[in-house]
Design a protein around this ligand. Structure first.
Ligand SMILES: NC(=O)c1ccc[n+]([C@@H]2O[C@H](COP(=O)([O-])OP(=O)(O)OC[C@H]3O[C@@H](n4cnc5c(N)ncnc54)[C@H](O)[C@@H]3O)[C@@H](O)[C@H]2O)c1
Length: 701
């Protein structure tokens, strides 16, 4: 008997309890322990039935991810589950917390399942590029039918207990104490002489599916867009298909093969990297978890434009009352109307109740009176991107706000330290860089000013958690992490079209790589005027010897601001978001190339990919060396959550490691020889390449 699993009898029912904190992961010790406890229960003459449950805060929440990729020590989980299923005494799984992955598979090996109302069940494996590999894909469709099983297995989202009960995954919801309830439930099943239900032996539901050919193709079609580029979701479908076409034992073997294919795919490794990166990203060495935070009870947002409105919704969604201050009534009315319409659209889709919408709207107070911010615990400024305006706003906030209030800026490019000089509380000034649309995008770059206090950082971190953002700490520099890297990506995209590629070719290469859209469609979506205004501000300081593509400026001069004006790099039919190539743009590109003496040529897809992605990596290396980002994996998180970098490639820095930094360095050095200064290899990249190392070695240092 291992100490992570215990056996005790309660009346006539033997109870097996897993105690492997924090989440009762199915490590080898747990697998051995539950087998030993099962034997004890079977040998216990006074036990008429058995219950398996988790100690602490959850049932078994899944496999032990630390054991992934290593040869698994016996017993194999499939064997463990078979022993439970074949048990001559009735076994009930009693669920609370999260019964996920291998945990749910164990539960499906039991004859019956009960749960507390707050429990969740699910198969999240697909999110790590895997599939349930211990019978989940064979038993779940047998239990609840193929159609409901497919989205659970190939989608990976957990289900609440009520839904699981409605589907038949859970037989009984227990009110009150779970152990008492489960023991009573098991005793009742015995008293009623209920059969030992072996899911593996009940083929009825999978047989029905045989008469619905086309079911699997239809499901594949339904996930095609969302799962584009991913390997695992389609293997999940194949595994469920095996449950329909093969006898149970053969289906299990097929599931195992598919599981191993997933496990050995580079995608799974990349997705597991992203999983751990997300857990690590909030660890700030000099701002430990115990750092004191200020309570945030009320908030204010300055500016009700594109970003201000979305930011205000974040507060309201978390139940935090928020004052929204505008300069003019028309702008305020428009801003509040956009918020209302956003909520209404969510209600329409059935993802929010009208009552919740009303509650949230009631938390948002629009006003022109600045005094309204006097009591706010935090103020987030989202006015025009101009230093003069920002400083004026911060000076005013500093006068009006209570001394303890945190003053945050949503600037995307301006110097947070300079903004802080407009106040007498630079330690309370910080950047909170949201991504558009701010009520949807999960990423938040928290920009640490030179004087931002640890308490300010910790408070914003806690707030980010409450408003359910994935936050990443960034240093203060032009563009912070994400946009600073993006500059090179967009620059090369523009150069490539001047050299002979078309915007649609570039966008297709990037789309096929796995981004939701290419650089030109993305620029059209964000609005070309934003960058135009920034470039105009910097025009005076741009070295005249540097290559500069004026095409985007020419587009703006013609009023082509992107989707919002129906034209940008592409043309958009009224009411459509589909980019169409535009001969007018082609003419501008050709003219720009001619003016610069560029001879246009056929540009290969490979060159497009390298010239767009390598600048991300090279600039990322500089950002790491300067300490603007704490870890390479932080950069990966920013790109996955903020820019749509395909998670199955792990983020730009991880992707660079998979290519090998020597190769990346050699290619960048070759582009440097061909194209000059923009391609100067970053010193850190050079060093790592010379030492035969990867960014991953940095993380361990
Ligand atoms: N749009 C984006 O994608 C995006 C993304 C991240 C960050 N940002 C940053 O967010 C900030 C706001 O950008 P946006 O796109 O929401 O701009 P926007 O033009 O849509 O909104 C700005 C709003 O601020 C109001 N405003 C201007 N001066 C004001 C003042 N003195 N007092 C009160 N209100 C004032 C304006 O009336 C306007 O409604 C900028 O710093 C921008 O760089 C924008």
């Amino acid at each position: 008997m291992t100490d992570v699993v215990s056996y005790e009898r309660h009346g006539t029912i033997g109870v097996i309890t897993v105690n492997n904190p924090p989440v009762n992961a199915l490590s080898v010790g747990v697998r051995r322990g539950i087998v030993d406890s099962l034997s004890r229960g079977l040998a216990d003459g006074a036990a008429t039935a058995l219950v398996i449950m988790g100690g602490g805060r959850t049932f078994i929440a899944g496999a032990d991810i630390r054991e992934f990729g290593q040869p698994l020590a016996p017993p194999d989980l499939n064997e463990v589950i078979a022993w439970f299923e074949d048990s001559p005494k009735l076994v009930v799984a009693a669920l609370h917390g999260t019964a996920l992955g291998g945990g749910l598979e164990v539960a499906l090996g039991c004859h019956y399942r009960c749960a507390v109302g707050s429990a969740q069940v699910g198969f999240p494996e697909v999110k790590l590029g895997l599939l349930p590999g211990a019978g989940g894909t064979q038993r779940l469709p047998r239990l609840i039918g193929v159609e409901p099983a497919l989205p659970i297995i190939a989608g990976g989202d957990p289900l609440p207990a009520s839904k699981a009960q409605a589907l038949g995954i859970i037989d009984e919801i227990v009110a009150g104490d779970l152990r008492d309830g489960a023991v009573a439930f098991a005793a009742r099943l015995v008293a009623e002489r209920r059969p030992l239900r072996k899911i593996s032996a009940s083929d009825g539901k999978v047989l029905t599916a045989r008469s619905t050919p086309g079911l699997f193709d239809a499901f594949r079609g339904s996930i095609e867009r969302q799962a584009r580029g991913y390997f695992a979701p389609f293997r999940c479908v194949e595994a469920v298909q095996a449950a329909v076409t093969l006898p149970f034992a053969e289906g299990l073997r097929r599931e195992r093969e598919l599981f191993l294919e997933c496990m050995q795919s580079p995608q799974s490794r990349a997705q597991i990297h992203a999983f751990f990166a997300e857990r690590e990203v909030t660890k700030i060495p000099d701002v430990p978890k115990e750092t004191p935070t200020q309570p945030i009870m009320t908030a204010a947002v300055i500016g009700a434009g594109t970003m201000g409105g979305g930011i205000a919704m974040n507060f309201a969604n978390a139940g935090i009352p928020v004052q929204v201050v505008e300069a003019a009534q028309t702008a305020l009315d428009r801003g509040i109307e956009v918020i209302r319409n956003n909520y209404a659209a969510t209600v329409e889709k059935g993802r929010l109740t009208q009552a919740d919408m009303d509650r949230r709207l009631a938390l948002i107070h629009g006003t022109l009176a600045w005094d309204a911010v006097a009591d706010a615990d935090i103020v987030i400024e989202a006015v025009f991107e101009e230093m003069g305006v920002k400083k004026e706003v911060f000076a005013r906030l500093d006068r009006i706000c209570k001394p303890s209030a945190i003053l945050a800026t949503n600037t995307s490019t301006l110097d947070v330290d300079e903004i802080a000089t407009a106040t007498a509380r630079p330690e309370k000034v910080i950047g909170t860089h949201f991504f558009s649309p701010a009520n949807v995008m999960r990423l938040l770059e928290v920009v640490r000013g030179a004087k931002s206090s640890k308490e300010t950082i910790a408070t914003v971190a806690e707030l980010a958690r409450r408003i359910r953002k994935v936050w990443v700490l960034a240093g203060n520099c032009d563009g912070f992490i994400g946009n600073r890297m993006l500059a090179g990506y967009l620059r090369e995209a523009a150069f490539l079209v001047e050299e002979g590629a078309s915007p649609e070719q570039v966008d297709k290469v990037i789309y096929d790589f796995g981004f939701p859209m290419g650089p030109f469609a993305m620029s059209d979506l964000a609005g070309l005027d934003v960058g135009w205004r920034i470039r105009k501000g910097k025009a005076a300081t741009r070295p005249t010897t540097q290559r500069y593509s004026p095409v985007a400026d020419r587009l703006c001069e013609r009023g082509r601001f992107g989707q919002k004006t129906g034209a940008g790099w592409f043309r958009y039919a009224p009411g459509s978001r589909t980019p169409r190539p535009d001969p007018e743009v082609e003419a501008l590109i050709v003219a720009s190339a001619r003016a610069q003496g560029i001879e246009r040529r056929a540009v290969s897809d490979d060159e497009i990919l390298e010239r767009c992605i390598y600048p991300l990596i090279n600039e990322g290396a500089r950002i790491l060396e300067e300490g603007i980002a704490l870890r390479p994996s932080d950069i990966d998180i920013i790109y996955i959550y903020g820019y749509g970098f395909p998670p199955y490639r792990g983020g730009p820095m991880y992707y660079a490691d998979t290519l090998g930094l020597k190769r990346v360095y050699d290619d960048i050095a070759a582009y440097h020889r061909a194209h000059g200064e923009f391609w100067q290899p970053a010193p850190l990249l050079t060093r790592l390449a010379e030492e035969g190392k990867g960014f991953r070695d940095l993380a361990r240092a």
